[in-house]
Design a protein around this ligand. Structure first.
Ligand code: BG6
Length: 522
């Protein structure tokens, strides 16, 4: 049976010890899904990695979940000389290379793929858009989505060509994949070109971290429960740590990555978006602009460091040869596509401050890196210790922590302190850490959906709440620019770290100065 997601429920109650009834879906628990529209979706870059690794599988999953409206059509567009039949066979072959959480359902795939067609096009040639226009005009879909899964250098040309072909009508939407620009100026140029052709509410800028279930859970935790909000401020929270760690290296993306680096690839977008989700004020409603207005305020409140503070508050690193999962791996400079004398960072750790009443004086530590000891992403909220401790608490276990884990698992843990009830007399009377642990996979089981499926369903439904508005993106670029400029003047600040470690030692010093350790150091 295909599980059908109800179109819209609000939050559902979740008792700590109880499973929710099967009739309520995981999705319905945390976001409202308005009914999806009858759609045509066009993937530019239809034979690219993103298309077969993420986008097509996400649509296939949405289909399997019964979420795609019946008449919808999917068109892959690329330069390769294929026809629709050949593309479908190619897609099946690529799907065979993916890991699926459940056994692959062949009949389901065959049924899904009948909706998929292929169109050979040179995206740089405006005359090629006539055939696209004909395909679209074969019927009147409620929503037509152009998904630009191509290099950002093509964005401006594609938008101009779409406009010339009259493909920017009110029922048309455009989805932009990152990287959206290389710096503030190039991002502004792209956005200006897009906004000459489409209105802001037709533009869906993807940050796939916003599509992760745990980010939905964070919103629900903060704004669907009254428990935490009174404590969610400087009086009770001493610091926040956000980590996105990857054990992989740059894989086949060396030449892209070498021009980007971790700050552009992960901090300007994913990490700053997560920071906004943690730090924003409660929005007036869950509509897109209410949420995005609050995120924008956070970005605008970020303290900009002086030139001489940047070396202290921002740590940059690059991996050297080492071990990953027990097997030897090369250093960054030996990766394919990377310049042998590159000073591009594969690791960043930063200390940020948010200058507003809620957060003044609370340090936010963010870090991300490739070839680290493990893959994982989490947000740790460190609460202040009790003002007058009457119990002994060994080994630094002196404060509560809320840990929101995004991956590999989707969990929320509340770390409390309890009295040890051990036989060992020495331990008696001491406080020991215990965790209340909520595992969303366990609670909601098979009904969970992946980020790209959620985001594509939002695009088809026309909901912008999980997408980044232009001014947010601009504010994020504005904040990272002084760091990029500082690094251009001081390439020597890029420190080496061994693949398979937790990054440069200086990142530990960054938090240790304030008496805080990274999770793996506790
Ligand atoms: C992408 C970055 O946006 O996010 C990649 O370009 C990175 O370099 C990826 O590997 C991480 O995403 P996830 O969802 O695997 O944590």
């Amino acid at each position: 049976m295909i599980p059908v997601f109800p179109s819209s429920y609000g939050l559902c109650g979740l008792e700590y010890t109880k499973r929710i009834p099967d009739a309520l879906s995981y999705e319905s628990a945390f976001i409202n899904f308005p009914a999806l529209m009858d759609y045509d979706i066009i993937f530019f870059g239809g034979t690219g990695d993103l298309a077969w690794r993420k986008l097509m599988p996400a649509l296939y999953e949405a289909f399997r979940h019964g979420a795609l409206p019946g008449q919808g059509r999917i068109l892959a567009v690329a330069r390769d000389p294929l026809d629709s039949e050949a593309y479908r066979a190619w897609l099946r072959d690529r799907f065979g290379q993916l890991e699926w959480t459940e056994p692959f359902d062949e009949p389901m795939f065959r049924s899904f793929v009948t909706r998929v067609s292929y169109l050979k096009m040179d995206l740089g040639d405006a005359s090629n858009y006539a055939s696209l226009s004909q395909w679209i005009d074969q019927r009147q879909a409620e929503a037509v989505v152009f998904y630009l899964a191509v290099a950002p250098q093509l964005f401006i040309g594609i938008c101009d060509a779409l406009a010339k072909a009259g493909l920017n009508r009110p029922n048309m939407r455009i989805v932009l994949e990152k990287p959206l620009g290389h710096d503030l100026d190039s991002a502004s140029l792209i956005n200006a070109a897009v906004l000459r052709v489409f209105k802001e509410d037709q533009v869906f800028r993807i940050d796939h971290y916003l599509g992760k279930q745990s980010v939905q859970n964070l919103m629900a935790l903060r704004f669907g429960n009254s428990l935490f909000e009174p404590l969610w401020r400087r009086e009770w929270i001493s610091s926040v740590q956000i980590t996105i760690a990857e054990d992989l290296g740059v894989e086949q993306r060396g030449s892209y990555y070498d021009r980007s680096g971790a700050l552009r690839d992960m901090v300007q977008n994913h990490l700053l978006q997560l920071l906004c989700m943690v730090a924003m004020e409660p929005p007036a409603s869950d509509d897109a602009d209410s949420v995005r207005d609050e995120k924008l305020k956070v970005l605008r409140s970020l303290r900009t460091y002086d030139k001489d503070e940047l070396s202290t508050h921002v740590i940059r690193g690059q991996y050297r040869a080492g071990l990953s999962q027990g097997r030897p791996v090369c250093g960054y400079l030996d990766e394919v596509g990377v310049a042998r004398d590159s000073t591009t960072e594969t690791y960043v750790a930063l200390r940020l401050e948010i200058e507003n009443w809620r957060w003044a004086g609370v340090p936010f530590f963010l870090r991300t890196g490739k070839r680290l000891a493990a893959r994982g992403a989490e947000i740790v909220i460190n609460f202040r210790p009790v003002p007058h401790p009457i119990f002994q608490s060994p080994g630094g276990a002196d404060h509560n922590r809320l840990v929101i884990r995004l991956q590999p698992d989707d969990t929320i843990e509340l770390h409390l302190l309890a009295k040890a009830s051990r036989r060992d007399r020495a331990e008696q009377g001491r406080l020991v850490p215990v965790a209340l642990d909520l595992d969303f996979k366990e609670a909601f089981g098979r009904q969970s959906i992946e980020a790209y499926e959620r985001l594509l369903r939002k695009v088809i439904a026309g909901r912008l709440d999980l997408f980044v508005r232009f001014d947010e993106q601009q504010a994020a670029w504005r904040w990272v620019m002084p760091i990029l400029e500082h690094w251009a003047r001081h390439p020597e600040e890029c420190r080496a770290y061994t693949a398979g470690s937790w990054g440069p030692a200086a990142a530990s010093a960054l938090t240790a100065r304030e008496g805080i350790a990274w999770p793996e150091e506790r």
